[in-house]
Design a protein around this ligand. Structure first.
Ligand SMILES: [Zn+2]
Length: 113
């Protein structure tokens, strides 16, 4: 496999060492084609596993959400895709990864597997 450069930082990029930064555990970044890409993950181990299994594609595309991050919003009752958005209002709807809209109370707690 290709070797990737990995760094963890609280700044918006590992190249930045001053200015505004976030608190809490640092975010892991991967260098792809000379550009630092945020994995949104705080686990170097999980990032390494993802790179070994799937390469950087999902990290670059922003579709990799990290193994340590469970889907809190349940699953779509129509297509079983994980819920992606939960509206922050009383009796709000959930929207799944495929764009279906359904009541939060109808979200499935698991995807039947
Ligand atoms: Zn759906």
């Amino acid at each position: 496999m290709t070797n990737y450069e990995i760094a963890a930082t609280n700044y918006p990029s590992p190249d930045i060492i001053t200015g505004q930064h976030t608190n809490g555990p640092p975010i892991v970044f991967v260098k792809v084609d000379g550009q630092w890409v945020s994995t949104k993950s705080k686990s170097v181990r999980n990032v390494c596993l993802e790179l070994e299994r799937n390469g950087p594609d999902r990290i670059v595309a922003g579709t990799w959400s990290g193994y340590e991050k469970p889907h809190h919003y349940g699953y779509c009752p129509q297509c079983d895709a994980p819920g992606k958005i939960r509206e922050r209002r009383p009796y709000g709807d959930d929207i799944c990864a495929n764009g279906h809209r359904y009541k939060s109370s109808e979200a499935r707690s698991n995807n039947g597997k």
